[in-house]
Design a protein around this ligand. Structure first.
Ligand SMILES: [Zn+2]
Length: 232
């Protein structure tokens, strides 16, 4: 199993959320283990922590845009989506010197199935990157529980025939930073290797074709090729 560790870096002023030190710990653990990961960074976090953000970019990890406001994109107008995406983009470009396109992660993954939102992301040069494994690191209180949870989720995917897994993690829960050296060791020793989301087939795309579109297509097929329903 090839593993793409992804870290959402967000919420600079949320009470109880870790400081930029947590991010530095995560990056140091990955760098020490020779693991390259993908960081989806919120624009407002970059604005609040430009030096810590620049350090992520300087480490050579793949960087994606995690919006500016970290709002639920489904409730934004088209203009609001554009502002959220482009402000995030500009903050990253200014502080990290990195063009984050085409990698975007919608806050909460909300709107990933929306053709409207996906169309708009595409028009801005982006695509949403989902995930296959979510161990809810944000709700964990015991750092020693993180690696076994990831291991179990990966084993389930392996049994289902998957060759890759995109793992969702967050920068701010203290357990994530605390468990990162152990997680990196696990990926090194027990997995086939670490990759970034650009190396994952389909890049964590979420199916966005509405069932109604499928139905319309089937109707067209049946009408245009009536013999298809009656094979010889
Ligand atoms: Zn997020």
């Amino acid at each position: 199993m090839l593993v793409a560790l992804t870290v959402d870096v967000e919420d600079p002023d949320q009470p109880g959320h870790g400081s930029p030190d947590e991010v530095a710990t995560i990056v140091a653990a990955m760098d020490g283990a020779g693991i390259r990961a993908t960081f989806f960074i919120q624009g407002r976090w970059v604005a609040a922590n430009p030096d810590a953000a620049a350090a992520i970019g300087a480490s050579g990890h793949l960087v994606g845009n995690h919006s500016y406001f970290h709002a639920d994109t489904r409730f934004l107008t088209s203009e609001g989506v554009r502002e959220d995406v482009t402000r995030g983009h500009k903050e990253i470009e200014t502080a990290l010197g990195v063009d984050a396109r085409p990698w975007y992660r919608l806050p909460y993954g909300a709107g990933a199935e929306s053709p409207r939102i996906n169309r708009q992301l595409r028009s801005l040069g982006y695509r949403h990157v989902g995930w296959d494994v979510d161990v809810h690191d944000y709700a964990m209180t015991d750092a020693s529980a993180l690696v076994p949870a990831v291991e179990q989720a990966l084993a389930e995917r392996e049994r289902a025939g998957a060759t890759h897994a995109i793992v969702l993690l967050h920068s701010w829960p203290p357990v994530t930073a605390a468990a990162m050296p152990e997680l990196c060791r696990f990926v090194h020793e027990r997995c086939e290797g670490a990759v970034t989301v650009d190396q994952v087939p389909d890049h964590g795309a979420v199916p966005t074709v509405s069932p109604l579109v499928g139905r319309a297509r089937n109707l067209t097929r049946r009408t245009s090729n009536p013999s298809a329903a009656h094979p010889a």
